[in-house]
Design a protein around this ligand. Sequence first.
Ligand code: MN
Length: 317
Amino acid sequence: MIKRTNVTEIDAVTNPIGIHALVWTAEWNTRTALEAVARSKDAGFDLIELPLLNPDAIEIAEVRRSLERHKLDVRCSLGLRFDADISSSNRAIVVRGKELLKKALETTYDLGSTYLTGVTYSALGKYNQPPTVEGQMHMQESLAELADKAADLGVGIGMEVVNRYESNLINTASKALDILDLLGRPNLTVHLDTYHMHIEEVDFTQPILACGNRLGYVHIGESHRGYLGSGSIPFTQLFRALATIDYDGPITFESFSATSTAPELAGTLAVWRELWNDPYDLAVHARDYISSSLKQAHRANRLAEQFIQMKQSQPLS
Ligand code: MN
């Protein structure tokens, strides 16, 4: 049967639109976290993503109260470190990675969030060699264990697919889906990011259709990580694909500019250029861009469906 979407549904596109907290600040502590929460709400977002690279950096209870007061939804993310990496061949490094993930999971739960994502499966950074067989076994065991702990807390775990310079393990949606199949944990989902997809995927449709309901989270970033629409990502194609699979999960804006990023993170992500200096202007622009692109995509899909129906009811003689 052909799916029909009416205009009322299009106007009520309900994806929570989020923003990464580090758009607002380079320093990460309780004070800047509280500011980021207030500014995200002020800029019209439904959701904030909080970095848990160092889960002890913020007063959890205080940040949680602020999130509740501002009625802002929250997701958490991190990337592992080379000295705390569950995909390492070295058991001691794997153990440190598992401890970091466990701590991040507890913090996610304590913040009132139901999703922890990011490079949860390897270090975030440039590897100089492919993953080892032993390292991949460690990653699978650790991730299965984490997913089970998370399920007990009602938390989902995302695996963010990143480009080759930021992990050697999961660079495409198809690789992430293989690992999901292998692990068989329903609370593990794929997290796609347009910035990374642009480097690794064949296009912006196929990976999203392949994920279907196993797509748990989406990062929207431009090819150079600056203003949306000012780079080379075909966002129309992306939003059409999201509308096609009826993705109703969060869509979170991520952007980095040299002087607004902490030196260590800027080094890991290779953020060298000053692409913006007014985060509020950038954020409001992104909020409007995502919201209008989503509506346009749903409208375009609806027109395409109506066109197909028309052709079917008026077959060529
Ligand atoms: Mn991302």
